[in-house]
Ligand binder design. Structure first.
Ligand SMILES: Cc1ncc(COP(=O)(O)O)c(C=O)c1O
Length: 414
C-alpha cells in the first residue's frame, strides 16, 4: 500500500484524504522535522506485530527500535506498570523507593562488577553522559590527575545526541553544524589496537566502546579487542567504559554483551531494552569508580521513575532468565542461517551477514533504503544501520516462524 503524502483533495471525483493522510499532514505542521519519518501511522502493537491506522499489519523485526525486548505490550510488563500506576508514580531522588532498589540489585548482581552500583536516568545518551562525567571526575578528583580528561572512542560508533555524546560519536554526519563541540574526545579506527595505543597519553582518562556498533552497521568488535582494551586501560590507569545501550539486557544472549569476553569494565551504560519501551537508562559502575560521583555531583529528576523501574524489573526477569538467554542465542542462530541462505541465493547483492544473539545486520550492495521501503510495503519493519545495512533487532520472544516469514519478505523485497 502506498500512502499519498498529498493534502486532502476537494473535487467531487477525487478521493477524500485518508485518516493517515490527515495525521501525517498535521504532523508535518506541528512536529519538528528532525526525523526521516516513514509514511505510516502506527496505532496498536501486540508481541511482534504492529497495526497502522488503516488496519494493515506489520511484522516488527526491529522491536520499536531495539527497545521492546519482549515485544509490544507484553502482558507481564503491562501488569507491572498498571500495578505501579495505581501505587506511586514518582518521587524525588532524595527519597528511597523500592522499585529502583530492586532493579539496581538485579543489574549490579548480574554485572559481577566489584561492589557494583547503579545510577538511573532516562535514555542512552544520558547514561553515556554519566559514563563520561564519571570518568573525568574519577581521574580529576579521586585520582588527582587534573590533566586526564580525554575519552577515546571509535570511528563508526554511536553514543547519543547530547553535545558530549554526539562528540563521543565519531561520525561527522552527526556532528556537523553543532560546533563548537566540547573538547576531550579522541577517535580511533574500530578494532585497531595499535592506533588506540598511539592515542593513549598523559591526558587520557578513559576508553568508551560498544561491543557491537549497532547504529554504525551492526559491526562486532574483533575477537579479543575488548580484552586488549581492558589490558591497555589497566596498564595506563584508564577506565574502560562500555556502551551497552543497544546490546544490554540479554539481546546478545548474555545479560550484558561484555560477558561474552569474560572481562569487567569499570562502568557501563544501558537503555533501549531496559524498560521494554518505557524511557529508562542506567549506568552501572564498580564501587571504586563510583567514588567519583558522591552526593550532589550528578542527578536526574526523572531518573529511576517508579513506573519505568517497574517495567524494567518485569522485563529483566523474563529477558535474562537462563532459558530465555539460550533461546535468544538459538533464535539468533536461526536468523543467521536464514540470512546466510539468502546471501547464498543472491551473491553480489547480499554482501555480508553480521550479528550476535538477536541483533543482526544484512549488508546489501546498494539501495538499502529502497529495500526497506519495499519491506514496509510488504508488511515487514526493520531499519537502516549505517549506509547499506538492514538491521534486525526483534523481540526475544519472536518465533522461528515469524523470523522465517520476515526473512522471506526481506528476500522478496531485495
Ligand atoms: C549504542 C548506543 N548508545 C547510545 C544511544 C543513544 O540512546 P538514546 O537515543 O536513548 O539517547 C544509542 C541509540 O541508538 C545507541 O545505539
Amino acid at each position: 500500500m502506498t500512502l499519498s503524502m498529498k493534502p486532502a483533495q476537494t473535487t467531487a471525483t477525487a478521493p477524500l484524504a485518508t485518516h493517515t493522510d490527515e495525521v501525517i499532514g498535521q504532523a508535518r505542521q506541528v512536529l519538528l522535522q528532525n526525523y526521516k519519518q516513514q509514511p505510516i501511522v502506527l496505532t496498536r502493537g501486540e508481541g511482534s506485530y504492529l497495526w497502522d491506522a488503516e488496519g494493515k499489519r506489520y511484522l516488527d523485526l526491529i522491536a520499536g527500535i531495539a527497545t521492546c525486548a519482549l515485544g509490544h505490550c507484553h502482558p507481564a510488563v503491562s501488569a507491572a506498570v498498571k500495578k505501579q500506576l495505581d501505587t506511586l508514580w514518582h518521587v524525588s531522588n532524595v527519597f528511597f523507593s523500592e522499585p529502583q532498589i530492586q532493579l539496581a540489585a538485579r543489574l549490579t548482581k548480574a554485572s559481577g562488577l566489584p561492589g557494583a552500583r547503579a545510577f538511573f536516568c532516562n535514555s542512552g545518551a544520558e547514561a553515556n553522559e554519566a559514563l563520561i562525567k564519571l570518568a573525568r571526575r574519577y581521574q580529576h578528583v579521586v585520582k588527582g590527575n587534573a590533566e586526564r580528561s580525554d575519552i577515546i572512542t571509535f570511528e563508526g560508533g554511536f553514543h547519543g545526541r547530547t553535545l558530549a555524546t554526539v562528540t563521543a560519536t565519531a561520525q561527522p554526519k552527526y556532528q556537523a553544524g553543532f560546533e563548537p563541540l566540547p573538547g576531550g574526545f579522541r577517535y580511533a579506527p574500530m578494532g585497531d589496537l595499535e592506533a588506540v595505543k598511539k592515542l593513549v597519553g598523559p591526558t587520557t582518562a578513559a576508553i568508551l566502546v560498544e561491543p557491537i556498533q549497532g547504529e554504525g552497521g551492526v559491526r562486532l568488535a574483533p575477537p579479543g579487542f575488548l580484552k586488549a582494551l581492558r589490558a591497555l586501560c589497566d596498564a595506563n590507569g584508564l577506565l574502560l567504559l562500555i556502551d551497552e545501550v543497544q546490546t544490554g539486557i540479554g539481546r546478545t544472549g548474555k545479560p550484558f554483551a561484555f560477558q561474552h569476553d569474560a572481562l569487567m569494565p569499570d562502568a557501563f551504560s544501558l537503555a533501549k531494552s531496559l524498560g521494554n519501551g518505557l524511557p529508562i537508562g542506567a549506568m552501572v559502575c564498580t564501587d571504586e569508580a563510583g567514588k567519583a560521583l558522591p552526593s550532589a555531583t550528578h542527578g536526574s529528576t526523572f531518573g529511576g521513575n517508579l513506573i519505568a523501574c517497574a517495567a524494567a524489573i518485569a522485563t529483566w526477569d523474563i529477558a535474562t532468565a537462563p532459558a530465555q538467554l539460550e533461546e535468544t542465542i538459538a533464535k539468533g542462530e536461526h536468523l543467521r542461517a536464514l540470512a546466510l541462505a539468502i546471501k547464498a541465493r543472491h551473491p553480489g547483492r547480499v554482501i555480508d551477514v553480521r550479528g550476535q544473539g538477536l541483533l543482526f545486520g544484512i549488508e546489501v550492495d546498494q539501495g538499502a533504503a529502497d529495500v526497506l521501503a519495499r519491506c514496509r510495503a510488504n508488511g515487514l519493519l526493520a531499519n537502516l544501520a549505517g549506509e547499506k545495512t538492514i538491521r534486525f533487532a526483534p523481540s526475544y520472544l519472536v518465533t522461528r516462524e515469524q523470523l522465517g516469514e520476515g526473512l522471506a519478505i526481506f528476500e522478496a523485497s531485495l
